[in-house]
Design a protein around this ligand. Structure first.
Ligand code: NDP
Length: 289
């Protein structure tokens, strides 16, 4: 069984980004990312903090815009519009989930598609479906694809089962796997799928993006399959320093002995997401010239 080391691949992506940043600097271009945080959700604060820190570490221009939990939809919209017009900013993301008075879909649609480094704007969703390389691919599935590539997993002609159909992970992942660069035969499973275990057992590649701890069990995975675990779930653990630990959507201990390759949680898909965000920001800066 091969453990796919997301930290190592993410470090490699970051190294490539550093070289591109240096080249852009020679042309007088500094890629810039703006991260908008509305409210004080603790997990969102952590995510935003690490994105901004990574930008600083790489010498990227970044802006963190924090709005109070009672900010109005119009106030958030005004921030997005200001950032759309700001030439120093090439990438904009509004951390999810915003407070309930904010219409998240409308905010995503207000972001200039050329600055939508999360890849959630309908224009970028369409570009992904059209396999138009000028679009932005959502960071997490883009990271999963890179992990498969670096691990040397053959996708062409492979049976892939993606569990989950969210716009953030499952659906774009399915599009990427079935695209002409990958050529997998893709099944997308979700909560209404009948006989999920049977469907999963067909898979050479299983991508789990469900949000339920240890959901994928050994009986759902065929011998020699590759498993990509996107899940990030907190489970209580009195023996852990913080009283909880992070587990994936896959029962790693039971599933991993059967696999040809598998991503751990933490240390698998997670580290790839920020790396791909930086990569998308650089792409946005290049396309803006
Ligand atoms: P969503 O809640 O948006 O989607 C979950 C999907 O799982 C849905 O399509 C749902 O089906 C499906 N599902 C739920 N229960 C079952 C079931 N019993 N059987 C089959 N399918 C089921 O989650 P996300 O896609 O946003 O995230 C998925 C996981 O990935 C989470 O753990 C999240 O924390 C993690 N994540 C990790 C990231 C990273 O950087 N590594 C980034 C983003 C997410 P239905 O549509 O029918 O409801």
């Amino acid at each position: 069984m091969k453990l796919i080391d997301g930290k190592q691949v993410a470090a490699q992506v970051i190294e490539e980004c550093k070289q591109e940043i240096a080249q852009l600097k020679e042309q007088g271009i500094a890629p810039g990312l703006a991260v908008v945080l509305v409210g004080d959700d603790p997990a969102s604060k952590v995510y935003v903090g690490s994105k901004v820190r990574k930008c600083a570490e790489l010498g990227l221009h970044s802006e963190k815009i924090e709005l109070p939990a009672d900010a109005t939809h119009e106030e958030v919209l005004a921030v997005v519009e200001r950032l759309n017009a700001d030439e120093k900013i090439h990438g904009i993301l509004v951390q999810s989930p915003p407070p309930p008075q904010i219409d998240e879909d409308a905010i995503v649609r207000a972001i200039d598609p050329a600055k939508d480094v999360d890849g959630f704007h309908p224009v970028n969703v369409a570009k992904l479906a059209l396999e138009d390389a000028t679009g932005f691919v959502p960071c997490t599935p883009a990271g999963c694809m890179r992990l498969l590539k670096e691990a040397g997993i053959e996708t062409s002609g492979a049976e892939a089962v993606v569990i989950g159909r969210s716009m953030i992970v499952g659906k774009p992942m399915a599009l990427l796997l079935m695209g002409k660069d990958s050529n997998a035969t893709v099944t997308v499973a979700h909560s209404r799928t009948k006989d999920l275990a049977e469907v999963c057992r067909r898979a050479d590649i299983v991508v789990a993006a469900i949000g339920r701890p240890n959901f994928v069990t050994a009986d759902m995975v065929k011998d020699g399959a590759t498993v990509i675990d996107v899940g990030i779930n907190r489970v209580e653990d009195a023996s852990a320093p913080r009283g909880y630990r992070i587990v994936g959507d896959v029962d790693f201990d039971a599933v991993s002995p059967k696999c040809a390759a598998i991503t751990p949680v933490p240390g698998g898909v997670g580290p790839m997401t920020i790396a791909m965000l930086i990569s998308n920001t650089i792409k946005a800066a290049k396309l803006a010239q």
